[in-house]
Design a protein around this ligand. Structure first.
Ligand code: NAD
Length: 505
């Protein structure tokens, strides 16, 4: 049977046991391409969160005392299992999220790259040393895990986003609770099964499914030391405030509104397909999606760009992610599709020109929409400022690069920004002034590799240390800084030391 014809069971995973969810309320999980119910997510309460914390607390001392090379070996085994099940995971992503096979494969690959990064944990956990800070005195730092940590995930990358934190947190010696999105819980179930197969001890990794109650249970639980959140801005703000108020370390990655600035010298035959894939890939449901096209230059140059982008967008084939030729896949839920449509209505009311209108679903069954372009959008319009998270591209027309930067910097968000140009001088001018944490030069989806931080700024991020890269390791560890000296004469203690040759080595 194909993945998209199956139904699935979603269970909590606590202390090494999969739990049936009798008695819990549940929420349906849909295949966005057909609207078919494929599973039900149990909506856990504080009680399940509490049991997961206790299981993770019990597992912590032994896991933290497991040598880092052994924890890394487990991650190597996990990585091999992820490679073996690569296609299965890719198809699960397509099923529960709706994105096409190419995007789903990219997501799984990006997730595996974080596991590969975390396989280097023996090196990543190295402290710092300075010998002889005064005569005979050394100063060193040691890294320690925090204890029980938790991660709360969004729907749009059900495999990759749990993997942003899971391998780093457990590789560093923490025990971990995952709260997947209630809309896309299936990949997390599979990750749990693969971790067991890799030999992870009971209680080191736990899953508590659910929504708001489970999240609040995590934020207020005194046993949880750190929370990593990824999701929309209002929830990120709530998570950051509540988690911090309860004494936790919190990183909260939030929403976005990313500009793609196109200079008059851009190589359009390369730039346009890239712009289309940034705006409409994964139906625009990406925090790195380019959702505003800022056309720089004369009216003629702007018209030429909009004409080419419109032509390419209009020719996108709308269809389910599991059909190879599909280029624009469905949205996550019907309610979300309605919200996206209401933004197109709003844009029209605000005075934008709808030059391509996707409101009428081009096919029935799932939660499909056509591609939309709103032209002549201006900075005061809400469609220029708010995250729509759908296949809607707004076009803002400006004369100069400085105007493009000024428009972009007026956004409260600061996740990503791309520029299309062949001019190094323009790139440098832009880089030095733009207020965004992830920059793409002729690259529409400016996703950093696993060894760099996922680096949103302004309202796209709440916290200090970002996810992945060295920031991720620092987020899940704390230091002890030791200063030491010894008073005895070495000769006095020598006889007590067994040298290798004396021990017969
Ligand atoms: P969401 O905020 O609706 O949900 C995220 C998580 O929060 C889910 O696990 C959900 O159960 C929980 N949640 C939802 N409402 C809650 C509430 N009122 N109280 C407590 N918890 C609640 O986000 P989503 O729709 O799943 O994901 C899309 C959003 O995520 C977009 O805004 C996108 O930009 C953002 N995102 C950001 C990044 C990034 O790196 N900055 C990456 C991916 C997605």
């Amino acid at each position: 049977m194909q993945t998209h014809e199956k139904t699935f069971r979603v269970r909590n995973f606590i202390g090494g046991r999969w739990e049936e969810h009798d008695g819990l309320s549940a929420e349906p999980v849909y295949d966005p391409a057909t609207g078919r119910v494929i599973a039900e997510t149990p909506l856990s309460t504080r009680e399940e969160v509490d049991r997961a914390v206790r299981a993770a607390e019990e597992a912590f001392p032994r896991w933290a005392a497991t040598p880092v090379v052994e924890r890394a070996r487990l991650l190597f085994r996990f990585k091999m299992l992820l490679e073996e099940r690569f296609e299965e995971l890719r198809d699960l992503v397509t099923l529960e999220n709706g994105k096409d096979a190419k995007d789903a494969a990219g997501e799984v690959r990006r997730g595996i790259e974080v596991v590969e990064f975390a396989c280097g944990m023996p090196t990543l956990l190295m402290g710092e040393t300075v010998r002889d800070v005064a005569r005979g005195i050394d100063n060193v730092s040691w890294r320690y895990p925090l204890g029980v940590v938790a991660a709360i995930a969004p729907f749009n990358f059900p495999c990759m986003i749990p993997l942003w934190t899971l391998p780093v947190a457990i590789g560093a010696g923490n025990t971990y609770i995952l709260k997947p999105s209630e809309r896309t819980p299936l990949c997390s179930q599979r990750l749990g099964e693969l971790l067991i197969e890799a030999g992870l001890p009971e209680g080191v990794f736990n899953i508590v499914n659910g929504a708001r109650d489970a999240v609040n249970g995590i934020l207020e639980h005194p046993g949880i030391k750190a929370v990593s959140f990824v999701g929309s801005k209002p929830v990120a703000e709530h998570v950051y405030r509540t988690g911090c108020a309860h004494g936790k370390r919190v990183q909260a990655l939030a929403g976005a509104k990313n500009s793609m600035i196109v200079m008059p010298d851009a190589v359009l035959e390369k730039a346009v397909p890239n712009i289309i894939s940034s705006a409409y890939g994964n139906a625009g449901e990406r925090c790195l999606a380019g959702s505003v096209l800022v056309a720089v230059g004369s009216g003629e140059e702007q018209d030429r760009l909009v004409r080419k982008v419109r032509e390419a967008a209009a020719s996108l084939k709308v269809g389910p992610g599991y059909e190879e030729e599909s280029e624009l896949t469905p949205l996550i839920r019907d309610s979300h599709r309605e919200r996206v449509k209401s933004y197109i209505d709003l844009g029209e009311e605000e005075g934008a020109e709808v030059v391509l209108d996707g409101r009428e679903p081009p096919r029935g069954g799932g939660f499909f929409m056509g591609p939309t372009i709103l032209d002549r959008v201006t900075g005061e319009m809400r469609v220029a400022r708010e995250e729509i998270f759908g296949p809607v591209l707004s076009v803002v027309r400006v004369r100069t690069l400085d105007e493009a930067i000024e428009f972009t910097n007026a956004s409260p968000f600061g996740n990503a920004c791309s520029i299309y140009t062949e001019s190094g001088a323009a790139v440098r001018h832009w880089r030095e002034r733009i207020e965004a944490g992830m920059l793409g030069v002729n690259v529409g989806v400016a996703a950093p590799m696993a060894f760099f931080p996922f680096n949103g700024i302004k309202d796209s991020f709440y916290g200090d240390l970002h996810a992945t890269g060295k920031d991720g390791v620092r987020f899940f560890t704390e230091n002890k800084v030791e200063i030491s000296r010894f008073f005895s004469d070495p000769d006095d203690v020598m006889p007590a030391v067994a040298y290798p040759e004396e021990a017969g080595a």
